[in-house]
Design a protein around this ligand. Sequence first.
Ligand SMILES: [Ca+2]
Ligand SMILES: [Ca+2]
Length: 189
Amino acid sequence: MKPLFIFLALTLLVAASPAQVPGRRLVDTERHVVTASRQGDMIVFTMEAIADFTDDHDDSKPLGTGWDYAGIRVDVNDNNIVDKGTDIAFGIRQKTSLLCSQYLLNENASTLCGGLHSAGNLKAEFRSTELQLKPHPVFTFEIPIDELGGGKIGLVFYLSDPVDGRFTYPNSRCPLSFDETIRLDLSKI
Ligand SMILES: [Ca+2]
Ligand SMILES: [Ca+2]
């Protein structure tokens, strides 16, 4: 094949792939890293527990103590208040590791898993990555941008930790409110 044809074939291949922007790092500590990137109509949140080297699935134990976990609460209208029927959450179903998608009702309550019908996906893995070569929990949430409102949102992330149970970002002191959130403009990612 002549070089020109190879070049054209590669160009078409690149053009056919969904638009993918390098991930934006939203959490970056010595225990946890969360990145967000856009892939077509999806926002992909990759959540890694880079200091956890045990693959735990004991569903008889509470969060973080014998069961590796990750979750996201979304202040969809970015007003720092939990709004019933508007703000949402994504997590992992303990027995099946499938996506749990919920509406938040207030700071302390939410609908059951599936109360929010989501076209999103969750992949829960235990593997090495570029960030941490030892195998560790890696949670990949693919959420349709439409479900997140498409504009400016506030985010709270949860990740389990083998030593301290659970971490909340941006602030572990207020895990259920939206008083402090990590802001993301979905139109710019
Ligand atoms: Ca673990
Ligand atoms: Ca809100």
